[in-house]
Design a protein around this ligand. Structure first.
Ligand code: ADP
Ligand code: MG
Length: 628
């Protein structure tokens, strides 16, 4: 018969340490949290060798009374809650009374503290869980805790520590999370004596974010907020031009505590659906404030995960807030002109400025001469260029930019034009050739790929394929949802041979395909009969379309979410139906496309999330040309 024994305090603490203290970063987190709970306005963190040799935290918080020092280090001793009811309304970061005894069990710990109304401090040392006597010491009001040689007495744990660099990375992340959550506290971080962060207190959260992630990202942040009675949501999400390859830049703070939450991460990716390329993750810094009793933080030893009373409500609030915000935000990608700091300072020197001016003049003269030469030859072919882009240097006679000749193609460019999906209605009567000569088109096509247009703000370069794809995607989606997508019935249904797996996938999704205007029938063996398909894909063969659809059906995994799949197929169809990169467009087509841009809900990104347009503001241009 095995005997049951009460475990010694030391073993209990080691077990607790195993849960709470995983690596030096855990020490940083626990000690910083204690300092925040103590009401500190300044917290200094120094670590050595990634924290494996030393983690030292000094704060100016309330301090601990000399006679309370042994209690602070005893297990399950805390000043933060009293009874079980308090557990459901925790307003502090800590409450388990586990951190200090756990850390002290597996390290050499020195605790020095002084309350604000006592004249001297007191210190106590704990070596591997063995507490020495409390002794008086001189120290400023507040608390200083030094943790040396973490896991020195638990070799198994010590072995699992990684390189200094890796441990430093984790420790810095722990520091970052707390410093982001508490912008009103002055934090510093030092590694091996070198100052890594000095973060003065601020009322402007964006400023703290900029200190960690750079001004560039901070400028691309969009403020969001919503208040749903008991839940307040506020913070920043990044413009889709900024994203990451993983979700680590999604910072969520619940009542001042950093948390991870799968459901909220999912809401985020839903909100950015179609705005980011596949495999890219949104960036966010969001605060959620709710009554402490609406959330259980006591489900995870390090409290990284929490349990919401009403997770569904929070999910929809987040998603709804972001969607509404995005609809009212201009998400057009802005070109960041490359600025080299010294290129400006150089111009401050008169000799260099004069040289630059001479060179510019020479270039302008040469270019003007060239333009005038060409002007005579190609004037006829270039009516569209008139007035579109004014590139002439101010002192020179007007010399329009020479562009490729824009021909009106013989046949219609959009198969869907007849089916009205993209009907360029305003220009339907526009006629051919000569008509556009007298009219100022809305944009110019260059390299059969891009359209250049102007607005008050500056110049816009549109990716013709990406924009058309986005416009079609939205139109098709609307029609599919309304069940009104035009399909074309084949006089003779077309048999398509597939693999057994492919045939099964197609027949499994028969209903979904029908919504998209694709009707299929089993035709014996692994052959499938296509009897109708979307009218806007008229220029593609039914077999080709079916094969491509199959590819998407199969790549969706075993049990693809139906909505995801539909979305993917919509993307595929709009991509196929859209004008291609390299298609030459007639002025009417250009007009139609540019006009559609204003109708699309999100005309700024193609369905894959690539930008459809780049904006060069006048200021950008002026700066690039060194006019300002
Ligand atoms: P918990 O934070 O869960 O209460 P800890 O083991 O982390 O448990 O800390 C035990 C107690 O020690 C705290 O409740 C608090 O009273 C005291 N304490 C710890 N660190 C500090 C500090 N930096 N300033 C003031 N008091 C502290
Ligand atoms: Mg604590």
């Amino acid at each position: 018969m095995p005997t049951i024994r009460q475990l010694s305090a030391s073993v209990v603490n080691k077990i607790a340490a195993g849960e709470v203290i995983e690596r030096p970063a855990s020490v940083v987190k626990e000690l910083m949290e204690n300092s925040v709970d103590a009401g500190s306005t300044r917290i200094d963190v120094s670590i050595e060798q990634g924290g494996m040799e030393l983690v030292r935290i000094a704060d100016n918080g309330c301090g601990i009374d000399a006679e309370q020092l042994p209690l602070a280090l005893a297990s399950h001793a805390t000043s933060k809650i009293q009874d079980a009811d308090d557990l459901f309304a925790v307003a502090t970061l800590g409450f388990r009374g586990e951190a200090l005894p756990s850390i002290a069990e597996v390290s050499q710990l020195l605790l020095r503290s002084r309350t604000h109304d006592s004249t001297a401090g007191a210190e106590v040392e704990v070596i591997g869980g063995q507490m020495r006597d409390v002794a008086p010491c001189g120290c400023p009001p507040g608390t200083i805790i030094e943790v040396r040689n973490l896991f020195y007495n638990t070799p198994v744990r010590r072995k699992f520590m990684r390189t200094t660099q890796t441990e430093l990375g984790h420790a810095t992340e722990a520091f970052t999370r707390l410093a982001l959550a508490h912008p009103h506290i002055h934090f510093t971080l030092r590694h091996n004596g070198r100052l890594i962060h000095d973060l003065p207190p601020t009322d402007d959260w964006r400023e703290r974010l900029a200190r960690f992630f750079g001004a560039d990202l901070a400028e691309a942040l969009i403020w969001v907020e919503s208040n749903d009675g008991s839940i307040q949501l506020s913070g920043y999400v990044a413009n889709p031009s900024h994203s990451r390859a993983n979700n680590r830049m999604q910072y969520l703070f619940l009542n001042g505590r950093h948390i991870r939450d799968r459901s909220l991460q999912h809401a985020l990716s839903e909100a950015y659906r179609g705005l980011l390329l596949t495999g890219r993750y949104p960036i966010c810094f969001l605060r959620i404030e709710m009554p402490p009793d609406a959330v259980d933080v006591n489900v995870h030893p390090t409290k990284l995960e929490v349990r919401f009373q009403d997770g569904g409500q929070l999910y929809s609030q987040l998603l709804g807030t972001l969607r509404t915000r995005f609809l009212s935000t201009d998400l057009t990608a802005r070109l960041q002109p490359e600025r080299s700091a010294d290129s400006y300072t150089e111009l401050d020197r008169p000799d260099l400025a004069a040289q630059a001016e001479a060179a510019r003049r020479e270039l302008v003269d040469w270019a003007t001469g060239e333009l005038n030469k060409r002007h005579q030859v190609t004037d006829e072919a270039r009516p569209a260029a008139q007035g579109m882009l004014d590139l002439r240097p101010s002192t020179q006679p007007r010399a329009p930019l020479v562009l490729n000749r824009i021909d009106t193609p013989e046949q219609s460019w959009m198969p869907s034009a007849a089916s009205s999906a993209t009907a360029p209605s305003a220009n339907a009567a526009g006629g051919q050739g000569g008509d556009y000569v007298s009219r100022r088109p809305t944009a110019l096509q260059v390299h059969n790929r891009y359209l250049i247009a102007e607005n008050e703000e500056g110049m816009i370069i549109i990716d013709q394929h990406a924009l058309h794809e986005r416009v079609l995607y939205e139109q098709i989606r609307e029609k599919v949802l309304a069940g009104s997508l035009e399909s074309q019935r084949l006089l003779v249904p077309e048999p398509v041979d597939l693999s057994p797996q492919e045939a099964a996938a197609v027949l499994d999704q028969k209903e979904l395909l029908e919504k998209l205007g694709v009707e299929v029938e089993p035709f014996g063996g692994d052959t499938v009969l296509v009897s109708s398909y979307p009218a806007m894909l008229a220029k593609n063969s039914p077999a080709e379309i079916l094969r491509e659809l199959v590819e998407h059906l199969l790549s969706g995994g075993k049990q693809p979410d139906r909505r995801d799949l539909l979305d993917e197929l919509l993307h595929m169809i709009s991509c196929k139906a859209a004008v291609k990169y390299g298609d030459r467009l007639s002025p009417e087509e250009i007009d139609a496309l540019v006009e559609q841009r204003h109708l699309a809900q999100d005309s700024h990104h193609c369905p894959h999330g690539r930008p459809t347009a780049l904006v060069f503001t006048r200021e950008d241009l002026d700066r690039q040309f060194k006019r300002i």
